[in-house]
Design a protein around this ligand. Sequence first.
Ligand code: HEM
Length: 485
Amino acid sequence: LLSTQIPEGLKRLPGPKPLPIIGNVLELSANPHLSLTAMSERYGPVFQIQIGMRPVVVLSGGETVRQALIKQGEEFSGRPDLHSFQYISDGKSLAFSTDQAGVWRGRRKLALSALRFFSTIEGSSSEYSCVLEEHISKEGMYLVEQLSTVMKANGTFDPFRHIVVSVANVICGMCFGRRYSHDDQELLSIVNLSHEFSQVASTGNPADFIPFLRFLPSRTMKAFMDMNDRFTQFVQKIVREHYISYDKNNIRDITDSLIDHCEDRKLDENSNTQISDEKVVGIVNDLFGAGFDTVSTFLSWAVMYLVTYPEIQEKLHQELREKVGMDRLPRLTDKSNLPFLEAFITEVFRHSSFVPFTIPHCTTKNTSLNGFFIPKDTCVFVNQWQVNHDPTVWKEPTDFSIERFLNADGMSINKLEAEKVMMFGLGKRRCIGEAIARSEVFLFLAILLQRLRFYQKPGQAPDMTPEYGLTMKHKRCQLSASLRT
Ligand code: HEM
């Protein structure tokens, strides 16, 4: 980038001076979301660092991020060819691969319509308003039972260990039409490695940029490869079974609907088969992978905040008691009646910012932002953590306060404030699972809060320090819960 000619009228990107070979990797530290936030205070909302020999542009500030991802969305919609990404879903991931724009767009459209088909709310006359609600309600109740059983046997439980199976079961139900027991070793061996996956696929992992680091022995990298292999085999086995039992007149789940799409194309002479069958059906890899780790990490954080702020937990329970009662399960349609719960969810998203960066982007052509020149194929990091903690936007950003999202009457959500929180990216690469994720976090939390009271063992305050990754996790810990009557 340094040797690139800057077009007239445009400025060269500011940023720290890189060292030879390693660039600015030492300054990234163990917490790139914090070090890059500190750099944005010095260099502004668009600056450049170098990781190894590769220049990377870092974006901060709500307005700049909106300008890049929405107003100039097309130019910032690519993905960089990073080393670790080639191992995810055999290099054929919708979210991480460098698919050509046309192929990515086609796959994204198919994924969105498959998700919509199984999660659109169709009125509330039947017991459940959609397949998604049915899965979440049932898994929510299994989770309450499971936690009570473990409590009776051991007196404490590890929240992530149980939440992750329940959340994985919701997405397994949608994608594959099946669920797994909380002790299923095959499922556990995949969901329990999500931690290593998250570390290797994190934004700014030096091994993605500096080739010689890839040859050093690394336990985390081995676990990452292991998880990708197991994950691919797990999904491939289920897909093969679906091909055998597929029946055009009985589409059972998302895998069937994707197979159906491929079969339809074969009958249509004019169809455009630019995207291989393998890449169409491979979409379930992305939905399953993105669908369990993000939502379970959120819910696990939410339980940690409930335990840390027992007075907020009581307030949320009382709201459910008053607005829903104790005689029926909460439903998705209760959402607009539960402003405290919605404010709590929004504040957990903002305060934890557990997806600190979007997945890295890449410019698709020469472009400029805020008057700075950015060449084609430049890797771009988007710092969501900074947007959610920007002191020019948030009063006391380090405080955990659900009031910041309530209107002055204290009884309704301040939508304008809530929309400033950034967790799902924006624009063309925005998360396609957002609606599903929001339904899941709302309904799981509502069920847990209605039925259980969470607490820590006296003198054992949970450690809330996040461990950096694609999704940041809290340290695994033991909590307790009692049933509400
Ligand atoms: C992409 C966040 C749940 C599927 C993303 C991105 C973020 C994100 C930050 C990257 C956006 C970008 O690169 O600009 C979250 C959070 C979730 C969540 C915070 C839960 C709380 C889900 C769920 C699914 C899903 C439940 C699927 C059922 C995807 C896919 C992409 C994506 C397929 C890639 C989109 C693309 O590259 O075009 N998500 N996500 N996510 N998400 Fe989510």
